[in-house]
Ligand binder design. Structure first.
Ligand code: FE2
Length: 295
């Protein structure tokens, strides 16, 4: 599960269904900006709660602040914070996003966009992201993954597709992929992408983790709002494609705490049970047809 303030109640009610908890380190501090004298203020209560969970659950880190595809230097002070949270919570691996959250805006060199902006899939961005991934690998000494995002407005005529970008990044740096099937679902609805084409284009070795989530329509746009249980097509893709990813190690359900009452505790537990059933079927399919991993 992705950690949110409603998750401790889920762990109390059905902790045996949660194998690991994915932590957004950016939610463990307040950032007052690069020029502030005391830039970071830590949320000590949340950190103490997670330390208790770390005694019984594996933790992974899932950052949103480093904005690797942005054409600006890596925020080393924020990376120091991520590294400190890793020393405290011992992340099994650390992921970031294939989207830009920071971008120059007038006189502000690193303005927060407030949402994931689409990135350019070209050789120059591949070089930028590759250098930063290597820096993260050195700083954290853990596997680094990058997650495909929802794209609100596609950049036309890309030099390469997103799967090709990810495959090449993996070949150059060893970076893995956090494949968010619900983000892919949103992109099929909003951009007309073919999920089959996308999934077939990914080097199967690259996928380490899969995200599940649900969203809402906002007028004619489908949003990755983490507001519902996982929709049917996403389950079908997980069932069909999960066995083909030999390095798949984790399936994560993400929802926002503000939708806990809508999804309901029973809904969250049913989701977790369905994930375990799916993981068992994937394991059985792998055992029965190991050659699938070579497809
Ligand atoms: Fe995700």
């Amino acid at each position: 599960m992705l950690y949110n303030p409603a998750v401790p109640a889920v762990l109390d009610a059905a902790g045996e269904l949660v194998d690991y908890v994915e932590v957004i380190p950016d939610r463990l501090w307040y950032d007052f900006g690069a020029d502030a004298a005391d830039r970071f203020a830590h949320v000590h209560g949340a950190i103490a709660t997670l330390r208790r969970h770390a005694e019984r659950h594996v933790l992974t880190g899932h950052g949103i602040g480093l904005s690797l595809p942005s054409a600006m230097p890596l925020d080393e002070a924020m990376l120091d914070q991520v590294a400190a949270s890793h020393r405290c919570l011992d992340y099994r691996w650390y992921s970031e996003h294939l989207s830009m959250f920071l971008t120059p805006d007038g006189s502000i060199p690193d303005a927060q966009a407030g949402m994931g902006l689409p990135m350019v899939h070209d050789s120059e961005t591949l070089e930028i992201v590759g250098q930063k991934v290597r820096r993260l690998q050195d700083a954290l000494d853990r596997p680094i993954l990058l997650e495909n995002g929802t794209i609100f407005s596609a950049i036309p005529d890309p030099e390469m597709s997103e799967p090709e970008f990810m495959n090449r990044l993996h070949a150059q740096t060893g970076c893995g992929m956090l494949l968010d099937l619900h983000n892919l679902y949103a992109n099929t609805l909003n951009l007309g992408w073919s999920a089959d084409e996308y999934l077939r284009a990914i080097d199967p070795d690259v996928v380490i983790e899969i995200h599940l989530a649900g969203g809402d329509w906002l007028r004619s746009h489908y949003t990755d709002s983490h507001s519902r249980r996982t929709p049917g097509p996403v389950w079908e893709w997980l069932t069909e494609w999960g066995p083909r990813f030999p390095n798949l190690a984790a399936i994560t359900f993400e929802y926002h705490e503000s939708y806990h009452s809508r999804i309901g505790m029973d809904g969250v537990i049913e989701e977790l049970e369905a994930m375990h059933a799916c993981a068992s079927r994937i394991a059985q399919a792998r055992a029965a047809e190991p050659a699938l991993a070579l497809c």
